[in-house]
Design a protein around this ligand. Structure first.
Ligand code: HEC
Length: 104
């Protein structure tokens, strides 16, 4: 089991290069405050790895999810860039890619 996980993580890094690693770092530092599975139900946010919560969102297409990440979702706790304007649009997209890759 351990061997398989290690192998697939290495393969994912090889396939997607630095983007995945950056996305995880952005997720960890900015997005996990609300998208961490432990707090997601309280925050009413789709939690990392929650396939049921992400499926209908993924169905909207990545461009819609990037837009939600960059601009926020009006009327919810999902504010533009997770409330951290210092990160770039590409950082937000990498974090969205990371969350989606872990949640389908
Ligand atoms: C302050 C809490 C909070 C933070 C921080 C936060 N989110 Fe969210 N996020 C939410 C909530 C709540 C929702 C659900 C909004 C809704 O009802 O559609 C959400 C939904 C989303 C969605 C799905 C939007 C859709 O159109 O379905 C994406 C993508 C997303 N967040 C990305 C991010 C990224 C990337 C970050 C970090 C840069 C981040 N979020 C940080 C609270 C947060």
């Amino acid at each position: 089991m351990k061997k398989i996980l290690t192998g697939s993580a290495a393969a994912m890094l090889l396939m997607s290069g630095a983007a995945l690693a950056d996305g995880k770092a952005i997720y960890d530092s900015v997005c996990s405050a609300c998208h961490n599975p432990a707090v997601a139900p309280t925050m009413k946010s789709p939690g990392l790895g929650d396939k049921a919560a992400w499926a209908p969102r993924i169905a909207k297409g990545m461009d819609a999810l990037y837009a939600s990440g960059i601009n926020g979702v009006p009327g919810t706790a999902m504010v533009a860039k997770g409330g951290n304007p210092s990160i770039s649009d590409d950082d937000v997209k990498a974090a969205v890619d990371y969350m989606v890759s872990q949640s389908k």
